[in-house]
Design a binder for this molecule. Sequence first.
Ligand SMILES: NC(=O)c1ccc[n+]([C@@H]2O[C@H](COP(=O)([O-])OP(=O)(O)OC[C@H]3O[C@@H](n4cnc5c(N)ncnc54)[C@H](OP(=O)(O)O)[C@@H]3O)[C@@H](O)[C@H]2O)c1
Length: 330
Amino acid sequence: MRDDTVIHALDTLLDRTVVPGYSRIGFQLRARSWRRNDPPADGLLGRTAMVTGANSGIGKAVATRLAALGASTVLAVRDLDRGERARREIRAAVTAADIRLVHCDVAEPDSIDACAQTLRDELPTLDILVHNAGVLPAERTENSAGHELTLATHILGPLRLIDRLTPLLTAAGDARTVFVASGGMYTQPLPADDPEYQEGPYRGATAYARTKRMQVAFTPLLDQLLADHGASVHSMHPGWVDTPGIATALPRFGSALRPVLRTPDQGADTAVWLAATRQLPMAGHFWHDRQIRDEHYVRYTRYPEEQLLALWDYCLTAAGVTVAHSPREN
Ligand SMILES: NC(=O)c1ccc[n+]([C@@H]2O[C@H](COP(=O)([O-])OP(=O)(O)OC[C@H]3O[C@@H](n4cnc5c(N)ncnc54)[C@H](OP(=O)(O)O)[C@@H]3O)[C@@H](O)[C@H]2O)c1
């Protein structure tokens, strides 16, 4: 067998066996074949990137790596003190990093609009937009517009942000948008009949996995929508990563697997690669460790196209998307 055949077989085996694949073991094995495929040093000089939830965990690691590749990097955070701390840490790690801080609570429509207005006033283009902010709530809560929190944070906020930033993405010419989704989505189908999680007892992990499923399912639709603006959309999952979020939301899982959890930098790798690799990765797909991955492991998570499009229409309306049009109308 040739080397690349062996590597491909090993990679698929790691993916299907989940625990080794999602842990640092999978990362370390796969990363051996990546060196020739790394984004070029200084490859993002002259580019501008924005990362939501950039003050912590994977988001901070993504922002650090993008800044190290030369991007002017905007940290979009809901707490400016935590954001300022992250900015100082990134500047300490990356000499001459150009880091800007902007307030953005991605679950709140007014905050998104204010953030987008600031960026439209201050930036000529936005080349990279990483939707990283994520939550796994203990109880069902709603944002100020009455939308369930994981839906607001993972779906409605990012859709609205893209919509309001479309002029900057268009001006970039080849902007890339990346969703940090989750392998948790493999456990859930689309919540087509109950997008706001109003039925049945609320479980934060289920709400989280459903909305991560939606991020992945919407990726090709968004990509189609933004293609007219010269932009592409990608989603990825980082594996299991040792972050403040894991420690708080899933403490037993986090401490049981701590020895094999990925570092935030390892978890950030595929998001950074999708944003920065010289050749545009195939758009509209779901990636993990620099490979396109299946979107389903089990049959019950599959859905008919009509369900997807009905949910998509619901979300575009709930997000207050104004610029974009449903792909079916194009
Ligand atoms: N860690 C893992 O193993 C893992 C696995 C799969 C996917 N992911 C995904 O990776 C992403 C980052 O998670 P993480 O593990 O790095 O967790 P984390 O350390 O808790 O980071 C989450 C970040 O999102 C921010 N955030 C949450 N709600 C926000 C909002 N409404 N507006 C703006 N920012 C908000 C948080 O801000 P505050 O500091 O203000 O709370 C924090 O900066 C998430 O999307 C998560 O679903 C993580």
